[in-house]
Design a binder for this molecule. Sequence first.
Ligand code: HEC
Ligand code: HEC
Length: 282
Amino acid sequence: MGVGERRRSAAARSLQAGNFERRHFSGSSGAIGLWLLRLWPQFQPVNSLIVKSGVAVRMTGPQISRSSKSVPMKLLAPALLAALLGLSAPLVQAANAAAKAPAKPDLVAGEARFAAACAACHGADGNSGSPINPKLAQQHPEYLIKQLKEYKSGVRKNAVMQGMAAGLSDEDMRNISFWLASKKIKPGFAKDKDLVALGERIYRGGVADRQIAACAGCHNPSGAGNPAQYPRLGGQHAEYTAAQLTAYRDGGRGNSLQMSQVASKLNDREIRALADYIAGLR
Ligand code: HEC
Ligand code: HEC
């Protein structure tokens, strides 16, 4: 029996005795120790693992490459090494974050709540038929949650929606928003042949000499937006989009500095053109 093997079987004996964790690890490393304990059988063929009082670990070349045929071992070896060397903090933080993350949204509850309180204006599947009520289907849930919170707190002002949002808990907002995100938006159409070219030009390229940024830069050339940060616009009713751009510009909607700045430079004709182009965007 070589030195390495003797040490390993000593470690294994102490594992069997159940005091591996207590003797060699403390605090957050303990969790990793327990995790390793369950994986221990996989490490049995690896002679190269030498545990010295829970700190020093040495892995020698040839043995590692012999065991590197096994994919799990290849993946686990660095994690094991890091854990034993006390570098486990990021792993433990990740595990804690996962444990603290809110439970999965309840889409069934979200749908039921929406059907009861919201569908009359926003459509049964989030595709409102009325051009003044926005389509909500397929919108990024983070954006929807932000809007609902801001209606509730009054940061985004609208009498109807403030009343609607007042009755929603954070959990309701999450459930409804994730359910809406799972629905498909019904595409729309541009209607004004004369204006749509102007809308497309500004949407895609901005207006350089007036420092108007291209909408596509944030909202995506297809109008799909960018999850978490930038809402989807494509397919939205032109009347609603025009009303929002006007409200950002004139101060009626003050919940986004970025959009207030963008809209502050647009004239009414450009707003109409953009809204019309966006309605047909897909
Ligand atoms: C009486 C009609 C009506 C009802 C009922 C209603 N809404 Fe609205 N909703 C509107 C209108 C109008 C707007 C646009 C308000 C504005 O200009 O800010 C809007 C805007 C929104 C927005 C912002 C969309 C965006 O793209 O920024 C969300 C999110 C929303 N509603 C969710 C809901 C939810 C969830 C419910 C149910 C709890 C609901 N609404 C009930 C009429 C309604
Ligand atoms: C720098 C990034 C950026 C640029 C450029 C930009 N936007 Fe936005 N836009 C945003 C963000 C962020 C929001 C969400 C704001 C909020 O939370 O209310 C938004 C929201 C919107 C909304 C409201 C959507 C809704 O459902 O109510 C419209 C409409 C809109 N943008 C149109 C445009 C148009 C048109 C342009 C180009 C002239 C443009 N945006 C350029 C970042 C941008």
